[in-house]
Design a protein around this ligand. Structure first.
Ligand SMILES: [Mn+2]
Length: 91
């Protein structure tokens, strides 16, 4: 399963770029399979940096599926995360 890496809603520069670098690290330095995601359009500064440094804008997601592997960066506030982030996994 691909691990999705994302920060908080209303992504700023640290939510956007830390998701990209952490997904890169997991994939290219730890032998994992990770991709960055955003929980909304990046703000003006983050969008500028993506364009300036030639990064593709990560896919924007509205929620996560139960059981999805995730890494959360730049927040520890559940109110800033996908609505289903705390849903239990059916075993
Ligand atoms: Mn932030």
């Amino acid at each position: 399963m691909t691990t999705l890496v994302f920060g908080h809603k209303s992504p700023d520069t640290d939510a956007t770029l830390s998701a990209i670098i952490w997904a890169w690290y997991l994939t290219n330095r730890r032998g994992g399979d990770a991709e960055p995601r955003l929980l909304g359009e990046p703000n003006t500064e983050a969008a500028f940096l993506l364009q300036h440094w030639g990064f593709a804008k990560p896919q924007i997601i509205a929620d996560v599926e139960a059981g999805q592997n995730v890494v959360i960066v730049d927040t520890n506030n559940p109110a800033e995360l996908p609505p289903s982030i705390n849903d239990p996994v059916a075993l």
